[in-house]
Each structure stands twice: as C-alpha cells, then as structure tokens.
Design a protein around this ligand. Structure first.
Ligand SMILES: Nc1ncnc2c1ncn2[C@@H]1O[C@H](COP(=O)(O)OP(=O)(O)OP(=O)(O)O)[C@@H](O)[C@H]1O
Length: 326
C-alpha cells in the first residue's frame, strides 16, 4: 500500500496507509471495527477505487493482473455465494472462469474439509462451512498471495485451530498471507507480523514480539492494606538503580520497574502487610488496547471500540509517557 486513501463522502475510511505485506509470513491486519481493514482489502482486490495512492499486488494493480485468481486469492465475504448453488458447482464455475483445471476443485474441497458436503446447497451451510468454502475459493488458483477478511468468524474451536494451521502452512510454502481481525488474541496466535490500524491510519507495523516489548510493560500487582507505606518506600527505590513507578490499583498497587522479590523486600522493610503479590506479564492484548487507545478517534467515546466497551486501557500512551518523565 502506498499512501492509500479512500473517502466515502465525508468519511475517510483509509487515510494515507503505507505498508508492505511480505511473502513467507502471516501478516495480521488488526484494528477495531471501522478502522478501515475491509476497505483496504477491497481496494487491493480492485473492488473499489482509491481516492488517492495505490494498493499493488507484486507491483501491479489488480486490474492489470493477467490471471488475477492465480496470483491473489481472497475471502472477503463468506455469504457472497448464491444459496441455491451447490459447493462443488460454485467452485467449478469459478475454476472455469479463471482457466483453472476441474481437478483442482476436488483438491481444495478436500483441503478445507468440505468433500462430504460438496453436493449440498450452500443455503443450508453454517457460517463456519461458508467460511471454509470461501477459503476453498481463495485457494483454487493456487495463488502466491492470500487475503482473508475476518476468516475466523463463525468457526468453531476445531475450525479455528485448523485455520491457524492452514495459514502457517501457506506461509511456510513461501506465500504471502494477509489476514484481518479485530481480535488481538487471535492474531497473537497466528501472525508473525502485525499491521495495526485505527481510524484509517497506520498505528504500528512490526513483528509481534517487537510490538509487545515496545508497547506494553510487565508490572507487579500487590494487594496490601497499607498502600501508602509501601508506595512511599518504593518511590525511594526498590534497592536497584532502575526507576520504579507506582500507581494505585484494585485493592493495592501496580508497580513498574521492580521484580516481585524486590517489591516483597520493600514491603518487609516498610512494615507494610502484603495479602497478594504477582507479576502481570505484558500481553499483546494490552499492547493492542494501548495502541488503538492512542488513536484520537478511538481513545474514548465511540461505542464500537474496545476502549469504550469497558476494556479501557488502564495505562494509555500519554499516561505512560508522563510517568517516564517523572
Ligand atoms: N461503501 C461505503 N460507503 C460509506 N462508508 C463506508 C463504506 N465502506 C466503509 N465505509 C466506512 O469506512 C470506515 C471503515 O470501514 P471498514 O469496513 O473498512 O472497517 P473495518 O476495519 O473493516 O471494520 P469492521 O471490522 O467493522 O469490518 C467505516 O467508518 C465505514 O462506515
């Protein structure tokens, strides 16, 4: 994507996005609802025209690809199949239109686990079965680039595990796998890299471990009836050179920059009673909430954001920065 922008009337769905999606890896495309993920994918697939900028597949616009289905396969909308069509007939029609041999249809039906229901009408399929059929259609041309918009929706636990394995296998074969989701927990399990968007803008583009260490901080949670005693002691340092910051938390304190052992020792030295003490690991979920919470449009107010649905980031980006200046 190069400076990709799409406006619908007064709404800017995609706002100057620039990033690359590379072969041999699963790239997660993450953002809350309305962040512009589907629009970006639609622009890449030539289903809509950019207002400005470009979305290219191997350096070419979708419209300029001689055999698009053999270069890029996509699942955008699993319900976009006529309900009266049988699964096999649907795939055969797609294959015929793209010059793909008939034999490939049985192969992809088998790959997605739909061989037994291939001659049933799609109208009777569950959402999970339709997702599988959509994935089969994406695989049909054996393309080097695969794009999946929210592919996990509607899949049961087995289906979710299967899809993770499938993406990993496709990336290991050297293909480019680009998968959107609004679920950080899902992306953490499947993606090598993440492109994070909020309000149509790029918020982060990095390998998953880099994102975690850059955007979230592990801390120690202490439950104590004597928070003032302990906080005062910790603010003078926990016996190391590292700066320690302390924040009020549920029934106690949240301590940044000290180990549980150091916090325990500080409590002992201060004479503060400790009822519980544990380390809370930095999770990608936390990083995601911070990242999208940092976006102005998604910081608060919108009823569709994780921040506004009761999972507000406890430590927004600005607060963290302020803490570090203290
Ligand atoms: N055809 C359209 N006409 C008008 N506005 C649109 C159109 N398509 C998308 N939008 C708007 O563009 C913004 C981005 O939508 P988009 O569907 O790309 O987001 P998304 O990240 O895929 O979210 P979701 O997970 O909800 O699908 C939203 O504000 C949406 O309402």
């Amino acid at each position: 994507m190069r400076e990709l922008t799409k406006r619908y009337g007064g709404t800017t769905a995609v706002d100057g996005l620039t990033f690359d999606v590379r072969p041999g890896a699963v790239t997660g495309f993450l953002g809350p609802n309305g962040a512009g993920k589907s629009t970006t994918m639609r622009l890449l697939l030539g289903l809509d025209r950019p207002t400005s900028g470009e979305a290219l597949v191997g350096g070419r616009r979708y419209a300029d690809l001689p055999w698009p289905n053999r270069e890029i396969g996509a699942l955008i909308d699993a319900s976009a199949v006529h309900p009266g069509r049988r699964a096999r007939a649907h795939l055969l029609a797609l294959a015929r239109g793209s010059g793909i041999p008939r034999g490939r249809v049985a192969e992809v039906l088998d790959a997605v686990g739909l061989s037994d229901v291939a001659d049933r009408r799609v109208g009777g399929f569950s959402l999970g079965m339709r997702q599988r059929l959509g994935i089969a259609a994406a695989l049909l041309g054996d393309p080097g680039v695969l794009v999946f918009d929210e592919p996990v929706n509607g899949l049961d636990l087995d289906g979710v595990r299967w899809v993770r394995g499938l993406f990993r296998g496709l990336a290991d074969e050297g293909r480019t796998v680009f998968v959107s989701s609004h679920l950080m927990s899902e992306m953490q399990l499947v993606a090598d890299r993440l492109v994070v968007v909020g309000g149509g803008r790029l918020v982060a583009d990095a390998p998953v471990p880099e994102l975690i260490s850059a955007w979230s901080r592990t801390h120690v949670v202490v439950r104590t009836p004597d928070p003032d005693l302990l906080a005062e002691r910790l603010r003078r340092g926990a016996g190391t050179d590292r700066p320690v910051t302390v924040e009020p938390g549920d029934g106690g304190l949240l301590v940044y920059g000290a180990t549980p052992e150091e916090v325990g020792d500080a409590a002992h030295a201060a004479g503060a009673r400790v009822h519980a003490l544990h380390r809370e690991e930095a999770s990608l979920e936390q990083a995601y909430l911070e990242l999208t919470g940092a976006d102005v449009r998604y910081a608060a107010g919108s009823p569709r954001t994780p921040a506004a649905s009761g999972r507000r980031p406890r430590f927004g980006r600005r607060r963290t920065e302020r803490k570090e200046h203290r």
